[in-house]
Design a protein around this ligand. Structure first.
Ligand SMILES: [Cu+2]
Length: 482
């Protein structure tokens, strides 16, 4: 055993003895539960002894290593006498880590680094603050012994509200009052929805945005299963979804005017009924849109008489929940004579609601129209981290369907002008006209497409230009190379 290891073992045994004798003292005094007022004094005794022992050990070993050094402040608490230094990063409207837990009395030092392209600072509640930090600037904040919970945040206007907060939480039950209870910081806290700058889990694959070509023939047979699946819906965030075919959105169907779709729907969800409604065909809803109980099936046959970008969705009430939990998809029917584009994408926009599907809390968010994120093709920020790839000068077509369930979309691509806009079955703009367009605006359940040519290499963000939506997941990148 090394000298350091022996010292640590010795220290641990001393602490155990002190803790045991402490409990004994209380029991001898005839108290079932120690009043809070007694604890600090007791901890002070224990802590004082620990400080002395540590001081001796450090003196003997020639200094502490890593995160543990002595602190002579002697503040009450099991962390008294120790110093922890923690690296904190400011970037992407987040502070990492978002939560730090320390034993009471621990002297805390934060090594704060701004890795963002814009400036940030870090202010500790009732404590020090860094100056404004430029990119890659670092400052150390010395908080001294921490005995109560504290919050920290970036002071730039709006940054705290956007999610730049951190909780410092005292771990044991001996904290003084004034703590912030209820500040549970997770990947999806109340401050700003999912952390879009976090990493997707290993093995995550962005949904292919490319529209598959129309299959051969004019009769398209499709089999869809209504099933529940748990999938990654934002970086590191998994959510139980109600789906057509295991994904939300369900598969995109693609055809031409006059084609017939024969969809066999099987309800493989043992928990509830589901049905389906294809906007792309007209028929009496009564039979084909009926609810299938678990295990039942139906065949839904429709002819696509008209071109457009159409929504399909679950037809079972309450539809707010069935759509809001993932039961939607797109049917693309090409207009006659549609020219070939270099790239054809389909983006289905929707609102994402986290939480237990159908729970009171989740449904309340749906009714208030306060989703946790707005997403393209089911996953917040997926194309920001996995960009679509195009070459300069190429023409790209973007089919867009707004699945809601409640919000529409203002689809825009930063740095481009649309020379073609096709909305709800009609061209609003064609390349031979002198005008241009900046947004394809779609109400809930509407669809269409836009086309543009990317002029030069660069990173072009595509967004829902309602910035509440864009900043909460409805954005992606087209990476253009020469
Ligand atoms: Cu359903």
């Amino acid at each position: 055993m090394s000298a350091g290891g022996g010292a640590a073992a010795f220290l641990a045994s001393v602490v155990r003895v002190l803790l045991r004798s402490g409990r004994g003292l209380l029991r001898d005094a005839g108290e079932e539960a120690a009043p809070a007022a007694r604890r600090p004094a007791l901890w002070g005794t224990v802590a004082g002894a620990v400080v002395i022992v540590l001081a001796v050990l450090v003196a003997n070993s020639g200094g502490g290593t890593g995160g543990g050094t002595t602190n002579a402040a002697g503040t009450a608490g099991p962390g008294a006498g120790t110093t922890r230094t923690i690296a904190v990063t400011l970037a992407g409207m987040r502070i990492r880590p978002a939560r730090i837990e320390v034993a009471a009395g621990t002297a805390l030092r934060l090594k704060v680094t701004n890795t963002d392209t814009q400036r940030h600072d870090l202010k500790i509640e009732d404590g020090p603050a860094t100056p404004m930090l430029g990119r890659n600037d670092t400052r150390v904040l010395d908080l001294g012994p921490v005995t109560a919970d504290r919050e920290a945040w970036c002071t730039l206007p709006g940054h705290r509200a956007a999610g730049m907060t951190m909780d410092i939480v005292v771990k044991d039950g001996t904290t003084g009052g004034g703590g912030h209870t209820g500040h549970t910081t997770t990947a999806t806290d109340d401050h700003g929805g999912p952390d879009l700058s976090a990493d997707f889990s290993t093995g995550f694959r962005a949904r292919a945005a490319d529209l598959a070509p129309v299959p051969g023939g004019t009769l398209h047979k499709v089999r869809l299963r209504a099933v529940q699946r748990t999938v990654e819906v934002a970086p590191g965030v998994r959510q139980r979804m109600w789906t057509f075919g295991g994904t939300a959105p369900g598969p995109t169907l693609h055809g031409r005017v006059g084609d017939v779709f024969e969809v066999t729907l099987v309800n493989d969800d043992p928990a509830m009924g589901h049905g389906i409604d294809f906007h792309a065909g007209s028929l009496a809803p009564d039979r084909p849109m009926r609810t299938l109980q678990p295990g039942e099936r139906l065949v839904y046959r429709f002819r696509a008489e008209r071109a457009g970008a159409w929504l399909y969705h679950c037809s079972t009430a309450p539809m707010l929940q069935h759509l809001g939990n993932g039961m939607y998809g797109a049917v693309v029917i090409d207009p006659p004579g549609l020219a070939k584009a270099d790239h054809t994408y389909v983006l289905v926009s929707s609102q994402l609601y986290l939480g237990t599907p159908g729970s009171t809390a989740q449904v309340a968010k749906m009714r208030r129209n306060t989703p946790d994120a707005w997403v393209f093709n089911g996953v917040a920020g997926q194309y920001a981290q996995r960009p679509l790839k195009v070459r300069a000068g190429e023409r790209a077509r973007f089919w867009v369907v707004a699945a809601g369930p409640s919000d529409g979309i203002a689809f825009h691509i930063v740095g481009t002008v649309f020379d073609t806009v096709y909305k709800e079955g009609a061209y609003l703009l064609r390349p031979d006209q002198p005008g241009g367009a900046q947004v394809l605006d779609l109400a809930a359940a509407q669809g269409g497409f836009v086309e543009t040519t990317f002029p030069e290499a660069g990173h072009y963000a595509f967004v829902d230009h309602d910035m509440r939506h864009a900043e909460a997941g409805a954005h992606g990148t087209v990476e253009v190379t020469d």
